[in-house]
Every structure is written in structure tokens, then in C-alpha cells.
Design a protein around this ligand. Structure first.
Ligand SMILES: Cc1cc2nc3c(=O)[nH]c(=O)nc-3n(C[C@H](O)[C@H](O)[C@H](O)COP(=O)(O)OP(=O)(O)OC[C@H]3O[C@@H](n4cnc5c(N)ncnc54)[C@H](O)[C@@H]3O)c2cc1C
Length: 403
């Protein structure tokens, strides 16, 4: 078995926002792939970029070579989607990888630093305005953490500015935030965010994003808002390698760039190629595509490994069936929502459940211990000790404006 990845580590994406907001360090939520499979002697790890497949020769094309296969499992995930506005990516970073998180971290903390230095009140107001676009779990978590930073972490550390006056705006094009949750839980999340000092704008789309601001559109009304920090949490699309694989296999791609697979997770006509996780468009029992969440990817991974073993002994398996373990989102300290079937939780109980589930989902004991320690310290002090503005992060730093 060969595990090919262009990164040499596994990344636990659900806690990326905590790296972006200075609670955790990148290594707390990442684990070296070689270390993860060191006891599986039949697994080798290759650091390589997959770019295409030659289905006739059964060869995976890499950026710098080829790899023959009998069975290919594609799990290349997703990347951010700017809905045809690729230029916005420069001004409104999204959160998909470690570099995104450290870039966002740099932008957030550099904005406070610059606000402390400027003499211009208009510029200061723009620097202390933070706009998060998209109110799915990532957008809500970012907005909540930003509000906590402004109201609880930073106030006693700045001498000239009142960080608590920072404006944190969560903008959502749809009618409510966290649309995958029950309406009453969405309403609770809005109340929790307001309690922290954030503002939610629903039915509001982003019409433009520039270096100095955003244009918001609600119905026919447009408003230009001066801000130096816009964060994008509005959409994802399948990894680019999916396009090449779909072309090579004749599989269809949906609008989100996901490869259509059958109930056995295979591409039609290619029982030797599986696509799982965020890159797959897999229709569930009601004909709706399964969501791009970790439990889907994990369950599909387990199913495909069972199926491959079953095939080796000429056994058949029933089609893949997703068992939804429920959804959770956190807004801030003691503020979370959770929905498991008909059960709905909010407040402290949901928050502790969120902490426990996310801690246990980290793949290594070492990371669990490190994260538990950071969370405990943060809980006691509100401090975020990983709020570094590094050379590779934040526009101001790149231009040498903040030193
Ligand atoms: C910020 C954020 C928060 C999230 N929060 C939650 C949450 O709270 N709960 C939840 O259930 N889900 C959450 N998700 C979604 C969840 O992380 C994904 O559904 C899950 O990681 C999908 O797994 P995957 O294996 O399909 O893709 P990924 O985990 O994205 O893994 C893809 C892997 O493929 C590698 N790769 C990509 N392209 C290539 C290539 N061409 N060549 C070689 N290697 C390649 C990448 O380096 C990566 O290691 C979140 C996602 C993000 C981004």
C-alpha cells in the first residue's frame, strides 16, 4: 500500500480556526504521516503531488514521476471556492491549510498593531473592522474567536486603542446562519455571537472585495464598508486533481468540482478507482449529496478498505450507507450548539461535548495532551499564546509596515 500526499502531515482541519486566532500552534493539530503508519509495515509513504491518471496503463501521474496501481483510492479533499471571483482570494483569505491559518493569524494581529500606531481615526476604524464572509461552522467559529480576542484577550495589552470597540461582522447570503442546523439552534448561535459582541447580517451578499473594503448587497441596497481584514468562509470546491481524473475516466463533475461516484464509492465503469471524502459526490438515500464533513470521509474510508478486502476473497458487500453522528459548532467559551438526530443541545453542555469530541478526534495522544493543556490555560486566562505575526503572514508584515 502506498500513501501519496503532497504534505508530509495529516491535518485536523476542524481546529484550524484556533491556529488562525492564536489559541493553538500549527503542530498541535498536525501529525507526521510516517509516524502515523510506522507500525504498518505494508504501508509506504510518498511525498508527491498527484496530477492525473492513465486509466489504460493503471498509472497515477505525479508531478515528478509515475506510480502503478491495481486499485486507486482518491481522497484529495477540497479547496476554497470564490464563486468566479478568484481575485478576492488575495484580499479575503480562506481557511483550508496551515499556511492559510498563519496568514489569517498575521492579518488579524497586525490589524490591531497598526490600529495602535495610526493617528488617523478613519483608518483606525477600518483596521478595527473585521468581516467574516459565510456563516457555516468555520465562519461562525472565526467570528466568535475574533470577538473573544477583541473583548477578552487584548484589552489590557494595548495602551492607545480600545480593542473592545472592534467591529466583528458575520455576513451570510442566506436567510440564517448555520443552515445545516435546526432554525432554533441557528437563532441560539446568533444570540451567542451577539453576546460576545459580534454582529450578524443575513440575506446579505458580498458584491466586491478590495484591499480597503467590502461592498455588501442586501436586496437592491449596496453598502461599502471600510475594512482591512476580510476572511472567507463561504464555499469549497473539489481539489483540482479531480478535474483531470474526471476527464481521464469520463466521470461527471458537479458544480462544486466533486467527482460523481456510485453507491460503492467507485467511478462508474471503473471498479478499480474509488473516490471518497470531500472530493466525491456521493448521493445519500434521499438523493442529496452527502455533506463535506469528516465523518463521511472516515466512514467511506472504512467502507472502501472492507470492500477491497471482500473483493480479494470474492465476497460482496452491501452499498455504502452513511450514519450521521450529528453536527456541532462552537461560537465561543461556554457557547456551542449540537444536533444529534432529534436531540438538540446548546450552551455549556454542548460546548463541553464539542471540546470532548474534538479532542478525541485528534489522531495522536501527544496532540490531545498539548491541546488540552492550551485549552485549559486559555480557559483560565483568556490568553492566546500562539498569536505570532510571522514573516510569511499578514499583508502588513510582507510590506514591512509592522515590525
Ligand atoms: C476550516 C475547516 C473546518 C472544518 N470543520 C469541520 C468540523 O467541525 N466537523 C467536520 O466533520 N468536518 C469539518 N471540516 C471538514 C473536514 O475537515 C473534511 O470533510 C475532511 O477533512 C475531508 O477529508 P478528506 O480526506 O476528503 O480531505 P482532506 O482532509 O482535505 O485531505 C486531503 C489530503 O489530500 C492531499 N492532497 C490534495 N491534493 C493532492 C494532490 N494533488 N496530490 C497529493 N496529495 C494531495 C492533501 O494534502 C490532504 O492531506 C472542516 C474543514 C475545514 C477546512
Amino acid at each position: 500500500m502506498t500513501l501519496v500526499d503532497r504534505r508530509n502531515f495529516h491535518l485536523f482541519q476542524p481546529l484550524l480556526y484556533q491556529v488562525a486566532t492564536g489559541t493553538l500552534s500549527p503542530a498541535n493539530i498536525a501529525a507526521p504521516l510516517r509516524n502515523l503508519v510506522k507500525r504498518q509495515a505494508n504501508v509506504r509513504v510518498l511525498l508527491a503531488d498527484a496530477i492525473d491518471v492513465d486509466v489504460g496503463r493503471r498509472v497515477l501521474r505525479l508531478l515528478d514521476g509515475e506510480l502503478a496501481y491495481d486499485t486507486l483510492i482518491l481522497a484529495a479533499g477540497a479547496r476554497s471556492h470564490y464563486f468566479g471571483h478568484a481575485g478576492w482570494a488575495m484580499h479575503a483569505p480562506s481557511l483550508k491549510c496551515i499556511e492559510d491559518a498563519t496568514d489569517i493569524r498575521g492579518r488579524i494581529f497586525a490589524a490591531f498593531e497598526k490600529a495602535e500606531r495610526t493617528e488617523d481615526a478613519t483608518q483606525r476604524a477600518a483596521l478595527l473592522t473585521f468581516v467574516v464572509v459565510g456563516a457555516g461552522p468555520t465562519g461562525v467559529e472565526l467570528a466568535g474567536a475574533l470577538a473573544e480576542i477583541a473583548r477578552h484577550t487584548l484589552p489590557r495589552e494595548f495602551r492607545r486603542i480600545d480593542t473592545a470597540s472592534a467591529r466583528i461582522l458575520l455576513v451570510e447570503a442566506g436567510p440564517r446562519i448555520l443552515p445545516n442546523f435546526a432554525p432554533e439552534l441557528s437563532a441560539k448561535a446568533v444570540a451567542a455571537l451577539s453576546k460576545l459582541g459580534g454582529t450578524v447580517r443575513t440575506d446579505t451578499a458580498v458584491a466586491d472585495i478590495t484591499e480597503t473594503g467590502v461592498v455588501l448587497r442586501a436586496g437592491v441596497r449596496e453598502e461599502k464598508l471600510a475594512t482591512n481584514t476580510v476572511l472567507w468562509g463561504a464555499g469549497v470546491q473539489g481539489s483540482p486533481v479531480g478535474k483531470a481524473i474526471a476527464a481521464a475516466t469520463g466521470a461527471s463533475l458537479d458544480r462544486a468540482g466533486r467527482i460523481a461516484v456510485g453507491s460503492d464509492c467507485c467511478i462508474a465503469g471503473h471498479s478499480e478507482i474509488f473516490v471518497i471524502g470531500d472530493l466525491a459526490r456521493h448521493e445519500g438515500i434521499q438523493g442529496l449529496p452527502l455533506p463535506g464533513v469528516a465523518p463521511v470521509a472516515e466512514q467511506q474510508g472504512a467502507y472502501v478498505s472492507d470492500l477491497i478486502r471482500a473483493r480479494l476473497v470474492n465476497r460482496r458487500l452491501p452499498p455504502f450507507r452513511y450514519r450521521d453522528p450529528g453536527s456541532m459548532a462552537t461560537i465561543g467559551r461556554g457557547l456551542a450548539i449540537a444536533q444529534v438526530g432529534r436531540w438538540k443541545l446548546s450552551g455549556k453542555v454542548a460546548w463541553f461535548a464539542w471540546l470532548f469530541v474534538h479532542l478525541m478526534a485528534l489522531v495522536r495522544y501527544e496532540n490531545r495532551l498539548l491541546v488540552l493543556g492550551q485549552w485549559g490555560w486559555h480557559y483560565l486566562t483568556w490568553n492566546r499564546s500562539a498569536r505570532l505575526i510571522t514573516r510569511d503572514s499578514g499583508r502588513g508584515v510582507e510590506r514591512g509596515e509592522v515590525r
